[in-house]
Design a protein around this ligand. Sequence first.
Ligand SMILES: Nc1ncnc2c1ncn2[C@@H]1O[C@H](COP(=O)(O)OP(=O)(O)OP(=O)(O)O)[C@@H](O)[C@H]1O
Length: 328
Amino acid sequence: MSTDLAISTRGLRKTYRNRRGQRAVAVGGLDLDVPVGGVHGFLGPNGAGKTTTIRMLLGLIRADSGTMTVFGQTVPERLPDVIGRVGAIVEQPKFFPSFSGRKNLTMLARAIDAPTSLVDVVLSDVGLLDRADDRYKGYSLGMKQRLAIAATLLKDPDLLIFDEPTNGLDPAGIREIRGTMRGLADRGKTVLVSSHILAEVEQVADTVSIIARGELIASGSVADLIGAGAAGTVRVGIADVPRAQQVLGAQGWTVRPEGRYLLVDGGVAPASITEALAAQRLFVDELVPVRVDLESVFLDLTAGRGPGTHAPPPEGEHRPAHHAGEAS
Ligand SMILES: Nc1ncnc2c1ncn2[C@@H]1O[C@H](COP(=O)(O)OP(=O)(O)OP(=O)(O)O)[C@@H](O)[C@H]1O
């Protein structure tokens, strides 16, 4: 198993018995690779199996079958050897409301035998140093979440696992957590963050894995996944759409009208479009590359794959995982 991977799973499977006594698949043969370093987004609609996967990795629940490694060590068997390198924020820790953030962390450091000199370091890591002496109960939700992250950092983990860390936070809180995750990755930590909200992860993740119904359906760098969906379309705003369509079509380009715009596909250089139109005394008032965001890639890939939207495919009919950068 490659040691360049912080996490790797093969054929990971977990089923639950539902109320009618039937086995329902929560994770159905998941192959997941999380490289060492950077922020890795673990994405999928609600009920896709993200939390179940994280709980299996942390040894909190048992897998039915499949293999898992964390930093090359087989888990759960070798978990005691690696758990010290893993910090997970799966639920809110209990802090004393009337004590300051600093005092809460100092007590925690003593309890886990971490040097108390680390307290200010981790407070600074999450951007709470200037509020360290304020009482916990006066903290915003985002600050409470960041204190939870700071608590995890006390044991100086190499891998941080965040399960839906921005749940319930306002946009400012979401930005703060995003900044904190980025900062941790920039200092060499590996961050795994699960989310069903793409927009939150797109801006901070270096690589992503997209799962639906417990299976991997796409993985790769954010840039590659977005690039795979984009194919270089340019939107042209112009007064005389039909004439412009004729002129650009005559160049052999694929041109589609869309309201008062024209869409030119196939990675044609914007300068060539301007030049061809200006030669016919047609002047553009807008020329923008169409940005395909991860959200649309995600919606496309997971379409119809939310929980309960359709029955799992019969054995042998699984859609192959799409890896960015591969011809598909
Ligand atoms: N303890 C359990 N008993 C029965 N079913 C469960 C249990 N835990 C999870 N499930 C089911 O397994 C599936 C995957 O759930 P999981 O919580 O892993 O998804 P998720 O991707 O984390 O979703 P969310 O974003 O909503 O947390 C769901 O259909 C869920 O109802």
